[in-house]
Ligand binder design. Structure first.
Ligand code: AMP
Ligand code: GLY
Length: 420
C-alpha cells in the first residue's frame, strides 16, 4: 500500500515509525513531516491544513490510505474531501469531528444519551454567563466552544476568575470565533486518565489507557501545555473501569453518531475524570493524543495497518490488536521559552547516544544544509522507552534524555514518577 501520514509532530513520527514497519506498507509519505520523520517516510512540503494540496497529492501519487494526525484538518473536512475523491482515509468526517471541534455539540450529545459528564450550561451572552457563574459559585469551569489549541479551558478557583474568562472569550474575542460561545461546567474532582479506541462507524475496538502530564513544571505546576509526557497504561484505570468507560461512554457515543447519519471513523480519545461517582467524560479528541500516541505505538505489538484499514471498511470486528505487556513512558523535551515563546534554531546533538536507551521521536525539528538537527517548534523531541515496570521505562527514558546534548531545551523530571 501507498500510505500518507498528515502532520508534523511527535504523534505523526510515532505513527510513521509504526506504519513503515508493516509488511503491507510499500511506500510511506508524510506531509509536512519533520527531520525525524524523514528517516521513516518521504516528507512532502504540504501543510497539514492545506486541504486542496493534500487531496491533490494523494490523487497524483495514487495513495491507498491517508492517516490524519491532528484535529484541525479533520474539523475542516479533509477526510470528507478525500473520500469524495475516492481516497481511503482514516479519521472522522467534519460532522463527526464536532465531538472535539465543538464543546456544545459534545455536551448536548452527552445530555441526550445520558453519557456521564459534568453538568453544564451554554452561553453566547456575557452578562447571562456571568450571572450564571455568580449563581453557581466557584470552583467552576469555563470553556470556549471551538478549537483553541488546548488553551480554551479555564478551571476557575474563584467567581472573579470565571467572570474574567467569560469576558475574555465572549466580549474581548480572546479565541475569535472559537470563543463566540462558551460552555460553563461543574468542576469535577478526581484523578484524570485517557482511554483510546478505534472506531469503524459502528464498532469500538478498545486500544489502551494513558496518563498525560499537561502542566509545564514538575509537580503539575506551571502553565498548561500540549503535554510534557505520558505513560501507558495507567494504573488509574482498572480493567473494570475500562469496561465501564467503553459501555457507559464510548459505545453510546458511537451509537449516537451512527444513528444521526454521521458515523465516527477513526480514533476516539476520551479524556476522563475518575470521580467518586464513577468515570465521567471531560472531553473527546477525535485523533491520537500527542504525546500519548508515542507510548501507544511503543506498546502496540501487532501491525497497525490492518486495523486502520479495517476501521475505514467497517470491519473492526474482524481485527485484533495485541500489546506488549511492558509499560512505556514518553518524556517531552521542549525548546527554552515553551509554552509562551519557544526559541527556534538551537542545535540538538547527542541523538545517536540517546537512541541507545530509548526511541527518539521528533516533534519539532528540521535539518539544515549541513545535516545538523535544529529545534523548530515548542515541543521538540519525545523520548520514549519501555521497561518491565513503569519505573524501569522511566529510568531508560531519562537516561536517553541525559544523553541529548541540547542547551536550548528542557523537560519535566517527574514524568511517571507517581507510578511505581
Ligand atoms: P480539556 O481541554 O477539555 O481536556 O480540559 C483541559 C483540562 O481542564 C482537563 O484535562 C482537566 O484537567 C480540566 N477540566 C476540564 N473540564 C473540567 C471539569 N468539568 N472539571 C474539572 N476540571 C476540568
Ligand atoms: N496530549 C493531549 C492531546 O493530545 O490533546
Amino acid at each position: 500500500m501507498r500510505i500518507l501520514v498528515v502532520g508534523s509532530g511527535g504523534r505523526e513520527h510515532a505513527l510513521a515509525w509504526k506504519i513503515q514497519s508493516s509488511p503491507l506498507c510499500d511506500a510511506l509519505y508524510c506531509a509536512p513531516g519533520n527531520a525525524g520523520i524523514a528517516e521513516d517516510a518521504t516528507c512532502v512540503p504540504i501543510s497539514a491544513t492545506d486541504i486542496d494540496g493534500l487531496v491533490g497529492f494523494a490523487e497524483a501519487e495514487a495513495i491507498d490510505l491517508v492517516v490524519v494526525g491532528p484535529e484541525a484538518p479533520l474539523v475542516a473536512g479533509l477526510v470528507d474531501r478525500l473520500r469524495a475523491a475516492g481516497i481511503r482515509a482514516f479519521g472522522p468526517s467534519a460532522a463527526a469531528a464536532r465531538l472535539e471541534g465543538s464543546k456544545s455539540f459534545l455536551k448536548e450529545l452527552c445530555a441526550r444519551h445520558a453519557i456521564p459528564t459534568a453538568r453544564f450550561a451554554r452561553f453566547t451572552d456575557a452578562e447571562a454567563a456571568r450571572a450564571y457563574v455568580r449563581a453557581q459559585g466557584a470552583p467552576i469551569v469555563v470553556k470556549a466552544d471551538g478549537l483553541a489549541a488546548g488553551k480554551g479551558v479555564v478551571v476557575a478557583a474563584t467567581v472573579e476568575e470565571a467572570e474574567d474568562a467569560v469576558t475574555a472569550m465572549l466580549e474581548e474575542g480572546r479565541f475569535g470565533a472559537a470563543g463566540a460561545e462558551v460552555v460553563i461546567e461543574e468542576c469535577l474532582e478526581g484523578p484524570e486518565a485517557s482511554f483510546f479506541a478505534l472506531v469503524d462507524g459502528h464498532t469500538a475496538l478498545p486500544l489502551a489507557s494513558a496518563q498525560d502530564y499537561k502542566r509545564a513544571r514538575d509537580g503539575d505546576l506551571g502553565p498548561n501545555t500540549g503535554g510534557m509526557g505520558a505513560v501507558s497504561p495507567t494504573p488509574r484505570l482498572t480493567a473494570a473501569m475500562e469496561a465501564r468507560v467503553l459501555q457507559e461512554i464510548i459505545e453510546p457515543t458511537v451509537a449516537a453518531l451512527e444513528a444521526t447519519g454521521t458515523p465516527f471513523v477513526g480514533v476516539l480519545y476520551a479524556g476522563l475524570m475518575l470521580t467518586a461517582d464513577g468515570p465521567k467524560l471531560l472531553e473527546y479528541n477525535v485523533r491520537f493524543g500527542d504525546p500519548e500516541c508515542q507510548v501507544l505505538m511503543a506498546r502496540m505489538r501487532s501491525d497497525i495497518v490492518p486495523a486502520l484499514v479495517a476501521a475505514t471498511e467497517g470491519r473492526l470486528n474482524d481485527v485484533w490488536v495485541d500489546w506488549h505487556d511492558a509499560p512505556a513512558v514518553v518524556v517531552v523535551m521542549a525548546a527554552n521559552g515553551y509554552p509562551d515563546a519557544p526559541e527556534a534554531g538551537t542545535q540538538i546533538k547527542g541523538l545517536d547516544a540517546a537512541a541507545a536507551s530509548a526511541k527518539v521521536f521528533h516533534a519539532g525539528t528540521k535539518q539544515d544544509s549541513q545535516g545538523r538537527v535544529l529545534a523548530a517548534g515548542g515541543r521538540v523531541l519525545g523520548i520514549t522507552a519501555s521497561g518491565a515496570t513503569t519505573g524501569e521505562a522511566r529510568a531508560a527514558a531519562y537516561r536517553a534524555v541525559d544523553a541529548v546534548d541540547w542547551p536550548g531545551g528542557w523537560c519535566r523530571r517527574d514524568i511517571g514518577a507517581d507510578i511505581a
